[in-house]
Structure formats: C-alpha cells, structure tokens
Design a protein around this ligand. Structure first.
Ligand SMILES: NC(=O)c1ccc[n+]([C@@H]2O[C@H](COP(=O)([O-])OP(=O)(O)OC[C@H]3O[C@@H](n4cnc5c(N)ncnc54)[C@H](OP(=O)(O)O)[C@@H]3O)[C@@H](O)[C@H]2O)c1
Length: 346
C-alpha cells in the first residue's frame, strides 16, 4: 500500500487546436494520488510515451473529448502498487504492466495512474520497460492493419508516413510475413534510412515521378490496400494510383486536412473504397479471446524486435513542455518518452 498522498501530474486545462499553444498551456501540478475502485489498480508509473493520439487529445480533436481539467496520456508502463478489489486486480499486485485505454478519467502522464485491471498487460522480464511503455497503441495498430490486409485478400500494401514508429513496425511486420509493402516518405533522408532498415520499396511523395511510380508499383505488386496516416490530398493520390477494388484505410490525420481528391467514378465503377481504421474498435470487435490473442502476439513480436519503438527523446515531468516541443519539430527523429521514475527496472 502506498504511503504518499500526492503526486506530480501533467494537467490539461483547455483544448487548443493550435499544437504549439496546446503544448505551452500544459501545466505540471501536484494532485492527490487517485484511489482505485473495484476492478481497478493503481500503477506507479515508470514512463509514458507521447503518441499522435495524445497530440490530438490536447488539441481537442481526438474521437472523445475528456472533461477538463484532465491528465493526458493514453498509455504507459509501471508497477501495480494498490488495487480496489476483484480477482484480476488482486492478481496484478506488484506486477510490472503496460497500461492505458481510459477514456473517462485521468491519463498516464502522472506519477500514478488508475487503470482498469482488465486493461493491464503484465510484462515478462524479457520486455524492457521502455518497450512496455509503448506496447499498446502502435503495436496493436500494426497487427490490426495486417489483419485487415489479410481479410481484404491483398497481395501487397501501401503506407504513407512510413518513417513513423507505426510505419517502421509495419515495415518489419510485413517483411516477416512476406507481404510486399510500398513505403511512402516525404524527405530524401527518410528514403535512405528506411532502405537501411530493410524496406525494399520506398518512394518520396515530393519527387516529380512519384504518382507514376506509385501507380506502376501498386499495379505490378497487386497492392489493393493502403494505410493512410496523412489524409488531405494524400488519400486521393493513394486511391487514384491503386488497382480496381482497392481499399484505403485512413488511420491518421497528420496533414491536419480533410481527405480529398477521391474520384467518385472510381468508387462507383472500379469498386474502390475509402474508410477509417481505429485500433480500439478493431480490438473491441475481436471479443475478449481475440483481444487476448492479439496482445500475446504483440508481446511475442516486441520480444522478437518486430514491433519495437525507437525512442529519441527522454525527459522528466518538469521538462514536459520542452520535450514535446522538440518531438513535434521532427517526428521522424524518434518517439518522446516521459520518464516518471516509478519502478523503472523493477
Ligand atoms: N487509427 C488508429 O487507431 C491509430 C493508432 C495508432 C497510431 N495511429 C496513427 O498512426 C500515425 C503514426 O503515428 P506514430 O506515433 O507512429 O507517429 P510518429 O512516430 O510521431 O511519426 C509521425 C511521422 O509522420 C510524418 N509526418 C508528419 N506530418 C506529415 C505530413 N503532413 N505528411 C507526411 N508525413 C508526415 C513525420 O515525418 P517528419 O519527421 O518529416 O515530420 C513522421 O515520420 C499517426 O497518424 C497516428 O495518429 C492511428
């Protein structure tokens, strides 16, 4: 049982669509340590990453709006130090876990976090605590997008923003499955780095030959599914270049623009489809057993180095604003990790 009464937490008091303003407005504050109810556990947090979904949350653009003030942070890792009762919660006591998934209460950017016991993933010692911090959001998304690819019967796939952490996971995952993946980046240095990571097909969206090369490769490889993290004109460019009966799964909004340039004739006569993909919904639809299977698969793939996250920035809670500013300047340098100091290496 924890004897401290207060903790440090990052506090979001107002939503601001302007990312720089939203980051500047975050406060580091002292709050009472929350108490877990039945079926919940208290996690002493070791670390929590900043994901694109956290940036959408603080801008008020995420799929759900939390009541303010709130603590941001959709996932993280730490050690279970208290519980509110219930079999699952009791069995997690003292365990190192990956946790997240709350939409109705404070998030993980704090020294302590109340998690639903069934939303906690116990971590074996082979999973380093930094990887445990990013075990849920991007790894499950990569596995979900692979699952969609198989369901759609695609022989190959396309992704943009391929240097993102989710993108790098997809590169390794699709290679391990032997499914060709066409990777789109927007800078020459990203092209080089992605090839060094073993990607066979890399295109730069800013090169004049891009539309033609994408069309050619998509038809040659039979890429009938695309993962669009960018949206805006990128959605239309993808669906335009793909064979008949292709599907674009829009799973991010990095351009901050509405998807556009989608030819209705292609949708009507060539059976092309554009739809959204949300990992939370994908996981929910699988039911309890399916979700547990997906989670053990993710853990296996993290241990094998397939679904790992590259962290470039690590900072303490007092430096959260500076750390986030640095991350958003150049996402591809690597993920930002908020160190919360509770049980790292336990
Ligand atoms: N739908 C879901 O369930 C779900 C779940 C998880 C993740 N996601 C999405 O997956 C995507 C990747 O997340 P992440 O955490 O892996 O990202 P990340 O590591 O922060 O990387 C973002 C990448 O996107 C690139 N980028 C940013 N703005 C761009 C633009 N306008 N056009 C083209 N490229 C751009 C960045 O390149 P630079 O370095 O050049 O800026 C960087 O390579 C995000 O859109 C996120 O929202 C969705």
């Amino acid at each position: 049982m924890n004897s401290r009464k207060e903790m440090k937490a990052v506090l979001l008091k107002q939503y601001d669509r302007d990312l720089a303003h939203a980051i500047d407005a975050l406060e580091v504050t002292t709050r009472p340590i929350p108490r877990p109810s039945r079926g919940q556990v208290l996690v002493r947090m070791a670390a929590a990453p900043c994901n694109q979904s956290d940036l959408l949350l603080i801008r008020g653009l995420y799929g759900v709006k939390k009541r303010l003030p709130t603590v941001p942070g959709w996932e993280g890792t730490g050690t279970v130090v208290d519980h509110g009762g219930g079999l699952v919660a009791r069995r997690l006591m003292g365990k190192r876990v990956a946790c997240g998934g709350q939409e109705d209460r404070d998030g993980t950017w704090a020294e302590y976090f109340v998690a639903g016991a069934t939303g906690c993933i116990p971590l074996e010692k082979e999973i380093p605590w930094e990887q445990g911090a990013s075990l849920i959001v991007n790894p499950l998304t990569a596995v979900g997008l692979l699952d969609e690819t198989k369901k759609l019967g695609a022989r190959a796939a396309i992704q943009n923003a391929a240097m993102s952490q989710a993108g790098r996971m997809l590169v390794r995952l699709f290679a391990s499955e032997g499914i060709p993946l066409i990777n789109i980046v927007r800078r020459p240095d990203q092209e080089v780095r992605l090839r060094e990571m073993g990607a066979s097909h890399v295109l730069n969206s800013e090169s004049p030959e891009f539309p033609e090369r994408l069309r050619h490769l998509a038809h040659e490889l039979g890429a009938t599914v695309a993962f669009d993290a960018v949206a805006g004109p990128a959605t239309g460019a993808l669906i335009d270049s793909m064979p008949a009966h292709s599907t674009v799964l829009v799973y991010g909004a990095l351009s901050d623009k509405r998807s556009e340039g989608i030819d209705p004739i292609d949708m009507i006569f060539a059976g092309k489809t554009v739809r959204g993909f949300y990992m939370g919904e994908w996981l929910h639809k699988r039911g309890l057993l399916g979700a547990l299977r997906a989670i053990s698969r993710v853990k296996r793939l993290v241990r094998r180095g397939v679904l790992t996250t590259d962290f470039a920035l690590r900072f303490g809670i007092n430096e959260v604003r500076e750390g986030l500013r640095s991350y958003v300047e150049r996402y591809s340098q690597g993920k930002a990790l908020l160190l919360l100091d509770g049980g790292a290496g336990d």
